[in-house]
Write a protein that binds this ligand. Structure first.
Ligand code: NAD
Length: 428
């Protein structure tokens, strides 16, 4: 789109993300022969709020940040989606991520819509107290559109359970009501769900083992490389290791670590826990490799669980794994996806593979609304039911439409959202 001066505006990563989400919608709309009006409806966010977030950093130094909350669709239920604090947050990025939340909730059949929020800020440049003030002012600004029956935020990049606790406090101070169901990802002592922290990694491991089972493969014969050893990567690696798979490489921002005989994942987790920077750096008994080498390893399963856009047109040709399970959000570019799908690689897309986190977030919302909290085994067995059901439907739909699992997941999701909106009718 040209600027007012007729010069093309620079494109940001957020524009790419939103355009990618719109392309995936368009492809599902085509497969479903979706009504053009409904396609247009689903391509447009329902509600966008842009707020200024003034924070008195210290006496006499006022800084103004820009915050966003976008509700892409509430057709199937209240909005659901994280809040990120990052200097690169833009409206288009938040719009794209909100749309992806709509599909993620729909593919797992949660009675929730899709939303996302963010503040363009580098929280590493602020003190903890300043981040708390920023969070509380941002929450006050978006309060008119969030709430347990409206839109339920959660943690995302650079936000965590403390951020959620500050939001609960702000809502309580401004409304006079204790409403823990206003957010998920809270500390357990403030109404968080047991098992939420491990949920995404457990879900990633579950879908990986299901794909292997359906391919007639035994976990004992499977070599896995996991990129990223944070929350998602470490829990996934541990669960797959416990299921019998051989984890032959892991990595984090400090680089990659490999052992052809298999890595002792519990030991690696201990190492990270005791490392002052929470890194794998200094792990003994493993060969040091680069993150690029990890992606190109001769393994059966590759699990990118660190960042978006790590496999692109430039390195897709080097990937040798026959199965890729997207632990991270958007680790493959559109080009990489086409190249690898064309080569027959099975790719379990993020909207399905890493949906365990939002499934247990949904459980947390249910528990907080009921004021009754489940035991860990109840959370885990229910998570498995939701993941299995979603997985089976995505696999069956891929057969029906003779398409990739990614296209299939979007077809399932778009069809569900469109059908809910049709059943409700367009107001008025
Ligand atoms: P995290 O911050 O706990 O871990 C990220 C890991 O990636 C760390 O080990 C970090 O060192 C590593 N990393 C960072 N930069 C890297 C690089 N350049 N090369 C290799 N490794 C690098 O984050 P997380 O919660 O595990 O999230 C990981 C991904 O999963 C993100 O894309 C996130 O959006 C996605 N995700 C997370 C959840 C969740 O519940 N945590 C849910 C859905 C999706």
């Amino acid at each position: 789109m040209p600027s007012q001066l007729g010069m093309p505006l620079p494109r940001h990563a957020g524009d790419e993300l939103r355009d990618g989400a719109l392309r995936q919608l368009a492809s599902a709309a085509k497969a479903l022969n979706l009504d053009p009006g409904m396609h247009k409806f689903l391509a447009t966010p329902e509600r966008t709020l842009i707020v200024s977030v003034p924070v008195m950093l210290e006496e006499g130094r006022l800084e103004i940040f820009t915050g966003y909350r976008v509700q892409h669709s509430t057709g199937r239920g209240p909005g659901k989606g994280g809040i990120r604090f990052h200097p690169n947050v833009t409206l288009s990025e938040v719009e794209g991520l909100a749309m992806l939340m709509t599909w993620k909730c729909a593919v797992t059949d949660l009675p929730l819509g899709g939303a996302k929020g963010g503040v363009a800020v580098d929280p590493r440049k602020l003190t903890r107290r300043q981040v708390e003030r920023l969070t509380k002012r941002y929450t006050a600004a978006i309060l008119p559109i969030i709430g347990p029956e409206k839109d339920i935020p959660a943690p995302d990049v650079n936000t965590d359970e403390s951020t959620m606790a500050w939001i609960v406090d702000t809502v309580a101070m401004m409304t006079g009501q204790h409403s823990p169901a206003v957010v998920t990802g809270k500390p357990v002592e403030l109404g968080g769900s047991r098992g939420r922290t491990e949920a995404t990694g457990r879900g990633v491991a579950f879908v990986t083992l299901e794909v292997l089972k359906r391919a007639g493969k035994r976990p004992e014969d499977i070599r896995v490389a996991v990129q990223g050893f944070g929350n998602v990567g470490s829990v996934t690696a541990k669960a797959l290791h416990e299921a019998g798979c051989k984890i032959v490489a892991i990595s984090d921002v400090s680089g990659g670590y490999a052992a052809s005989g298999g890595i002792d994942v519990a030991k690696a987790i201990d190492h990270v826990r005791n490392n002052p920077q929470r890194l794998l750096e200094g792990m003994s008994g493993l060969s040091k490799i680069s993150n690029d080498e990890l992606l190109a390893m001769d393994v059966d399963v590759l699990i990118p669980a660190a960042l978006e856009g790590v496999i692109t047109q430039a390195n897709a040709g080097d990937v040798r794994a026959k199965i890729i399970v997207e632990g991270a959000n958007g680790p493959l570019s559109g080009d990489a996806d086409r190249i690898l799908t064309g080569r027959g690689t099975t790719i379990v897309p993020d909207v399905l593979a890493n949906a365990g986190g939002v499934v247990v977030s949904y459980f947390e919302w249910v528990q907080s609304r009921a004021g009754f909290y489940w035991e860990l085994n109840e959370v885990e067995s229910r998570l498995e039911i939701y993941m299995r059901r979603a997985m089976e439907l995505v696999l069956a739909t891929a057969n029906t439409y003779d398409c990739s699992l990614r296209e299939s997941a979007f077809i399932v999701a778009v069809q569900r959202v469109a059908s809910a909106i049709e059943r409700r009718g367009i107001f008025p």
